[in-house]
Design a protein around this ligand. Structure first.
Ligand code: SD4
Length: 332
């Protein structure tokens, strides 16, 4: 039995006929309405159920006439500050050594970008990322350097490891088996994209990364082009899931480039997911093979697609803010 089929069996999808590129393209051709979902700005779209609260804040900011950039920063701050959310900010899962280390990135419609990775002890990595973008000559600051920069900019040190997560980590440390969980509690990384009434796009992405990752591990979220990409002339994309997969395919950049070349946001997300599947689904370490992408075009066109079922996103548009089940590639 080939390894891809073995992998499908592990997922309980043993009878799935392998979906090949021509099949997907044919489905796309038959399903034009699904391929284009266009909305009038303002539009805010974000990953997972925690996206509902983030979208609400982002829309609130947009309704005051502030920019898409302010909206994407302030929207995800709500999730970063929630200690009951175990995949972003305070209360996030620690790494294998018991430290909570945060990754975040932000981009505006002009292509400016800022990010931080392996940042500890700071409640709002997204705001530090924005400072990197606006008040430093760099794009990405890591670890101690990112922390020093944040403290210099007036951010305060906080303890990110909550008693609940400390207990969870101690329990895990008894066996110390790294088994990344995806789709946990219906919320992982938050990636949020916004289009304001002036037609400006912006995006943000923030996470505590994979639970019990190796100390020093950095995921896709702070890597421009992997976890987030914005081109104000074309569109924006963000990602959630196993970061190593988006990093190896620069998925968010790929999606925006596909949109530049005429694909709809939905088609672009589907092709980027397919790219991962085609290249890496034979990987023997692929038991937790989930990625979810979101895209938002400059014209208000939206897209969402994942490898496996379970990915949800929140869409705020036309006065509504709804949680939606994303379409996905591997169907029974
Ligand atoms: C990472 N992409 O650090 C993040 C984690 C995540 O669903 O989104 N999990 O790889």
């Amino acid at each position: 039995m080939n390894s891809r089929r073995k992998f499908l069996q592990k997922l309980g999808l043993g009878s799935v006929a392998l979906i090949t590129a021509p099949t997907i393209l044919a489905q796309e051709a038959k399903n034009d309405q699904r391929a284009i979902n266009k909305y009038k700005p303002p539009v805010v779209i974000s990953t997972w159920s925690h996206g509902i609260q983030a979208n609400e804040e982002a829309m609130n900011i947009l309704s005051k006439g502030e920019t898409a950039l302010d909206a994407v920063e302030k929207g995800v701050r709500v999730v970063e500050a929630d200690p009951n959310n175990h995949s972003v900010g305070v209360g996030g899962y620690p790494d294998a050594s018991g430290h909570v280390t945060l990754d975040a990135s932000i981009m505006d419609h002009l292509g400016n970008a800022g990010s931080v990775c392996y940042l500890q002890d700071i409640l709002h990595p997204i705001s530090v990322a924005r400072k990197v973008m606006e008040e430093s000559p760099h794009v990405l600051l890591a670890g101690q350097g990112a922390l020093d920069f944040a403290l210099q900019k007036g951010f305060k040190r906080v303890k990110l490891l909550t008693p609940e997560m400390e207990k969870t980590w101690k329990e895990w440390a008894k066996t110390s088996i790294y088994k990344p969980i995806v789709n946990f509690e219906s919320h992982d990384t938050i990636g949020l994209l916004a289009l304001d009434e002036q037609g400006r796009l912006a995006g943000s992405c923030t996470t505590s990364g994979m639970p019990f990752k190796l100390p020093g591990r950095v995921g896709d979220s702070p890597i421009i082009g992997a976890g987030l990409f914005v081109d104000g002339e074309v569109g924006a994309a963000t990602a959630t899931g196993m970061g190593e997969l988006m990093m190896k395919t620069l998925g968010s950049f790929l999606i925006v480039e596909l949109m530049r070349n005429g694909k709809s946001a939905q088609e672009a997300c589907e092709i980027a997911v397919k790219r991962i599947w085609d290249r890496y689904s034979d990987d023997q370490n692929s038991e937790f093979f989930q990625v979810g992408y979101l895209a938002l075009g400059k014209n208000g066109d939206i897209g969402a697609y994942a490898i496996l079922p379970g990915f949800q996103y929140a869409l705020a548009v036309n006065g509504e803010n709804k949680l939606i089940d994303s379409d996905y590639l591997i169907k029974k």
